[in-house]
Design a protein around this ligand. Structure first.
Ligand SMILES: CCS(=O)(=O)c1ccc(CC(=O)Nc2nc(-c3ccccc3)c(C(=O)c3ccccc3CC(C)C)s2)cc1
Length: 244
């Protein structure tokens, strides 16, 4: 691919990320000291397990919808077969949400943006998934430590999604060619930013993402065993489609 093609691809992925980022970095920064009060925290902790799971599932599904929009704007994604688009989103959308979530973490007080304010893991106590919460928070801290620019996050997110190793892909070769161009974009950008050392650190995050997502699916499976009706009747359809 020509250098011009690579620069254009880079710009378009960055633009897609910015246009589908749900909250702009500046907005999240402006809200970062808006913390939940003791009463508000107590109210969340008094929710039943299924109420809190449902609440999170709705929020998470909103975040996933923005990632679906991001994927559709990655050059070449819409050129893939429908089945391959679904396969990449089914396995990659939660991973991209987790990468993006690092933008809404305040590492100074270990709080995350949720429902308009920032709260710590204690907010999610009634979910009954302490280990998942700790893992999500730890991952967010580790991504924040990389101090990624929005451009770097955009390129990394596209690489997380366009993964030719996903199971059951019909046209693996096509995904592979898309990925190779995106990899050239990222290394081109890191060279321009004089941050080549970031490359392997980002690729190391991929395995942590995979374990985080399987932990999320494992907890969801456990939850749906205890509350089948909640998952069946009130969980967002997209959430069920992607994670069950
Ligand atoms: C992502 C784009 S953004 O503009 O940065 C943005 C946009 C919008 C928001 C607001 C938001 O939806 N925050 C949520 N926070 C958490 C959360 C919860 C526990 C710990 C850490 C973050 C949500 C979850 O439901 C979640 C996320 C990851 C793994 C597991 C879960 C819970 C399981 C039970 C579904 S939703 C935040 C950030």
């Amino acid at each position: 691919p020509s250098l011009l093609h690579i620069e254009e691809l880079c710009d378009s992925v960055v633009r897609s990320h910015r246009d589908t980022s749900q909250f702009r970095l500046e907005e999240l920064q402006a809200l970062r000291w808006k913390l939940f009060s003791r009463e508000e925290i107590h109210a969340y902790q008094s929710k039943s397990v299924d109420e809190m799971w449902q609440h999170c599932a709705v929020r998470l599904t909103e975040a996933v919808q923005y990632v679906v929009e991001f994927a559709k704007r990655i050059p070449g994604f819409r050129g893939l077969g429908q089945n391959d688009q679904i396969t990449l989103l089914k396995t990659g959308s939660m991973e991209v949400v987790l990468v993006r979530m690092s933008r809404c973490f305040n590492t100074e007080n270990s709080t995350v943006f949720f429902d308009g304010k920032f709260g710590s893991t204690e907010l999610f106590k009634s979910l009954g998934c302490g280990d998942l919460m700790v893992a999500v928070f730890d991952f967010a801290h580790s991504v924040c430590a990389l101090r990624l620019t929005e451009q770097q996050m955009a390129l990394f997110s596209s690489l997380v999604l366009i993964n030719p190793d996903r199971p059951c892909l019909e046209d693996r070769g096509r995904v592979h060619r898309m990925r190779r161009d995106l990899e050239v974009c990222l290394s081109h950008m890191l060279r321009r930013d004089n941050q080549e050392s970031l490359q392997h650190k980002l690729y190391q995050k991929v395995s942590v993402l995979r374990s985080l997502c399987s932990l999320h699916v494992e907890k969801l499976h456990w939850f749906s065993q205890c509350y089948p009706l909640t998952v069946h009747s009130v969980f967002p359809p997209l959430y069920k489609e992607l994670f069950t």
